[in-house]
Structures are given as structure tokens and as C-alpha cells.
Write a protein that binds this ligand. Structure first.
Ligand code: SAM
Length: 277
């Protein structure tokens, strides 16, 4: 068995930042033996609680912070209830009619449903998520919307179940920070994009390295914080994967009023292109 990537484990507490409300199930140290298990536990609980979260006005959801009223009005309540992003990549990605869009870490399907409207009946949207309960929720939401151009697939973003050179646009909202193998994720994105294709990604990064205890905290990791890369290293991974025309669209402090390590956190939105030849 692989050694725990967290080192000495700090059990998950009830106030994880990225997706507060998802931590109400007990988690054992055995489950924390891998990041994958911890992340699946966190987001499985979020999927289960999506309906309750949707109707609880005291919970501030990602849709409240990052999405327009017009975008929210076309989403099923449970997709909004499960929303856990840190930006609005689909809002600026300009998906075109007929395009194929793939969403990495699609959660309750929120960005897939918005992209599906843009690509229209001649286009396709594929949502990938490794948490079975999230895939089930997204499929239920798709059925309630009657969407016919979206499919959800169980899979890992480090090994995307999609053939080479088949996607026009990759989107992702607050997911790559949860991966231990970010370089592999970017090389997978490059593999599946058609030549000239692009990605638009929102994610959590940092201005400088986080304290070691924060990086080793399961609570902070599943909140998209502990695993966040230093932004310069993140951009280097994008370049190393072969992307060009890299454009930092947005880079804002996540906790502008903080004077501790949280002041290092940045909400990033990035666009880049796979060269046409
Ligand atoms: C913070 S949530 C964001 C969900 C969605 N993008 C949104 O904006 O609401 C992260 C999602 O990514 C999924 N995820 C995390 N790591 C993953 C990985 N390595 N492969 C596939 N899915 C992953 C989780 O299961 C969860 O649904």
C-alpha cells in the first residue's frame, strides 16, 4: 500500500472552506490513507446533501458567489446545491454551437448544463468525475432538465476516458488543486484537445508555498487549499505540457481580509491553447 500523502493525518473538521457543509459524515483515518479516498468522501457527502443545501438560504454556495442570475435560473436546484467551484469558467469560455466540451471534475453538472446550452443540439458535453455519488447526482439533474447532449462518465482527470484529439474546449472549476499529479492532468488535457483547441480553467493556487502543516492537512486538501500549487509552478506545468498563448484572465486573492497564510491563496482563471500544428 502507498504511504499516506498527508504524512501525519489531521482529521477532517466541519469547516472546510471550499465546500462547507460536506463534512457532516464521520471519516476514519483508514479512509484518509489516500487523497483519492478523502476527496471522494468529501464530495460524496456534498452530493448527498445537495438537496438540503439547495434550500438552505443560510449556506452561501459557489453559484451565489460566481454565477449570474441568468445562469442560476436555468440550473436544477440540486446542481446549485452541489456547486463547489472557485470561478465561472464556462461564463467566459465562449463555447460555440456544435463544439465538444469536456468538464474535468463536473460535480453536480452545473458547468456542463450551462455549456450544453451554448453548444446546442449539434454539440456535445462530457462531464468527468471520480466520485460515484456525484455522477449519480449529475445524471439525475440531467434527467430533470431533459438534456440530451450531455453525458457524465466516472473517471479520473489524471487518466481521462476520452480519445486523443477529440475535444474543442476543456473546462474545469476548482478541481486540479485536488490532484496530486497536476502535471499529468495538463498532459492529459493536451492529449484530448484537438489541435487549436483550448482550455479555460478556474482553480485555487498560491503566491508562495503554504506552511507544511497546511499542506499535510486532509481538511485543507479536500477544501482545494492544501494541494494548491504555487502559481508560477502551475503556469510552468501548463507550458511544459505544450500549451501556448497562456492567458491569466483573473487572479484575485481568495481571502483579501486575511493576514495569516490564507492571504497566500489566489482564485485563478486561466485560458491556454494547444498549438494548431
Ligand atoms: C470542488 S468540487 C467542484 C465541482 C464542480 N466543478 C463545481 O464547480 O461545482 C471537485 C469535484 O472534482 C471531483 N474530483 C476531484 N479530484 C478528482 C480527480 N482526480 N479525478 C476526477 N474527479 C475529481 C470531485 O469528486 C468533485 O466532484
Amino acid at each position: 500500500m502507498e504511504k499516506s500523502p498527508f504524512g501525519i493525518l489531521t482529521p477532517i473538521s466541519a469547516d472546510a472552506a471550499c465546500c462547507s457543509g460536506a463534512n457532516d459524515a464521520e471519516i476514519t483515518n483508514a479512509q484518509l490513507d489516500s487523497i483519492t479516498a478523502a476527496v471522494q468522501h468529501q464530495y460524496g457527502a456534498l452530493a448527498t446533501n445537495a438537496a438540503v443545501r439547495a434550500t438552505d438560504g443560510s449556506i452561501v454556495k459557489a453559484t451565489d458567489k460566481f454565477y449570474s442570475d441568468e445562469q442560476r435560473s436555468v440550473l436544477p436546484d440540486e446542481a446549485a446545491g452541489a456547486s463547489a467551484g472557485c470561478g465561472n469558467p464556462v461564463g467566459i469560455a465562449d463555447a460555440l454551437p456544435g463544439e465538444t466540451v469536456l468538464d474535468l471534475g463536473s460535480g453536480g453538472g452545473i458547468d456542463c448544463f450551462l455549456a450544453a446550452k451554448e453548444v446546442g443540439p449539434g454539440g456535445h458535453v462530457i462531464g468527468i468525475d471520480m466520485t460515484p455519488r456525484m455522477i449519480e447526482l449529475a445524471q439525475k439533474n440531467a434527467a430533470s432538465l431533459g438534456t440530451e447532449n450531455v453525458v457524465f462518465k466516472l473517471g479520473h482527470i489524471e487518466s481521462i476516458p476520452q480519445p486523443d484529439n477529440t475535444v474543442d474546449l476543456v473546462i474545469s472549476n476548482c478541481v486540479i488543486a485536488l490532484s496530486e499529479q497536476k502535471d499529468r492532468v495538463f498532459s492529459e488535457i493536451h492529449r484530448i484537445l484537438k489541435p487549436g483547441g483550448r482550455f479555460v480553467i478556474s482553480d485555487m493556487v498560491t503566491s508562495h508555498a503554504l506552511p507544511a502543516d497546511v499542506q499535510a492537512s486532509a481538511t485543507e486538501w479536500v477544501a482545494c487549499v492544501g494541494g494548491a500549487a504555487v502559481m508560477s509552478e502551475y503556469l510552468e506545468m501548463v507550458n511544459d505540457a505544450g500549451f501556448g498563448n497562456v492567458d491569466v484572465i483573473k487572479s484575485v486573492p481568495s481571502y483579501p481580509d486575511s493576514d495569516d497564510w490564507r492571504s497566500l491563496m489566489i482564485n485563478l482563471t486561466l485560458r491556454a491553447f494547444k498549438p494548431a500544428s
